[in-house]
Design a binder for this molecule. Structure first.
Ligand SMILES: Nc1nc2c(c(=O)[nH]1)N[C@@H](CN(C=O)c1ccc(C(=O)N[C@@H](CCC(=O)O)C(=O)O)cc1)CN2
Length: 288
């Protein structure tokens, strides 16, 4: 078997085309959505991701506000930028690119953000709203994965999903989204403390691999026909992405999200969705 492709690039392009029309409507109503990014340090991957986010904004007509700080920036300097974006009327939504340099209290930075401007859905208030089933901006990678599966007709309802990883951007929120009534999946969350990862993976109809361990998921770990989404972004000595999924998995799985070209573009597309939805909410509130 050779797996079908969960094409994140093409799906993200379709979402961006829809958003372009919504941004034009907002502008006609006098509201220009603006995405702010806070990038601290010189991690090449983070610089690439942030640059990609601003390229996307330009494509759909969202204004860009970029704040960059050196790797030596203090907690207070980063928090000052967050306070500034909270107050900036041109910035309708923003993100703090993660990870922040060692020694910075990430949770304190996220907690300081205005939850109404949190374009990543990572503010504690918005994560709490997700737990309570209330409307909130959704964490970009988990929401992007669900859209990618849906748009390719992969059944989530009743599926057994194994999520590998427990990080704040993917592993923790992913099961919260998948177990909503609208998705209705059964989720097993695995991590470095899982005793027999292969045994867990072999039960899965859908695998989300977000551990950051190169080629962790091997062909023999995958149930024939399963959908496998690779979210790992380790890099080799030439800076090339090495995912969490062994390339041989494509011979066993029914669907694979390539890496690059799968989940990454969907993460960026969902960010734009969150920015546009926040601007639409602000416009509706202003109209009374
Ligand atoms: N504040 C946040 N920080 C981070 C998040 C996040 O959602 N919010 N997620 C990841 C990184 N990330 C988004 O910021 C991200 C990862 C990958 C891509 C992407 O488009 N990847 C391309 C390949 C690009 C390359 O060649 O390096 C692809 O997969 O095709 C976009 C965003 C951690 N931090």
């Amino acid at each position: 078997m050779t797996a079908q492709i969960l094409d994140g690039k093409a799906t993200a392009a379709a979402i961006k085309s829809d958003l372009t029309a919504r941004v034009a409507a907002l502008k006609a109503a006098g509201v220009t959505p603006g995405l702010g990014t806070v990038l601290v340090g010189d991690d090449v991957g983070s610089q690439k991701y942030v640059a990609g986010k601003h390229r996307d904004c330009a494509q759909v007509g969202i204004a860009s506000i970029q704040r960059e700080l050196p790797a030596t920036a203090t907690q207070e300097e980063i928090e000052a930028v967050v306070r500034e974006l909270n107050e900036d009327p041109e910035c309708t939504g923003y993100i703090v690119q993660l990870p922040l340099p060692k020694g910075i209290d990430t949770n304190r930075v996220l907690e300081l953000m205005d939850p109404a401007k949190d374009a990543d859905g990572l503010h504690p208030t918005n994560l709490g709203r997700l737990v309570l089933n209330e409307k909130a901006p959704l964490p970009c990678t988990p929401a992007g994965i669900i859209t990618l599966l849906r748009r390719h007709g992969v059944e989530i309802n009743g599926a057994h999903v194994v999520v590998v990883g427990r990080g704040v951007t993917i592993g923790r929120p992913m099961p919260l989204l998948l177990t909503r009534k609208s998705e209705n999946a059964t989720v097993t969350q695995c991590h470095t403390g899982t005793r027999d990862l292969s045994a867990q993976l072999r039960q899965a109809d859908i695998v989300v691999a977000a551990a950051g361990v190169p080629h962790l998921v091997k062909p023999e770990d995958v149930k024939p026909g399963a959908a496998v989404l690779d979210v790992g972004v380790s890099r080799d000595e030439n800076g090339k992405i090495v995912g969490d999924v062994h390339p041989g998995v494509a011979e066993v799985a029914g669907w694979v999200a390539p890496n690059p070209g799968g989940v990454g573009p969907m993460t960026r597309a969902q960010l734009l969705v969150n920015v546009v939805e926040a601007a639409e909410r602000a416009a509706a509130a202003a109209a009374g």
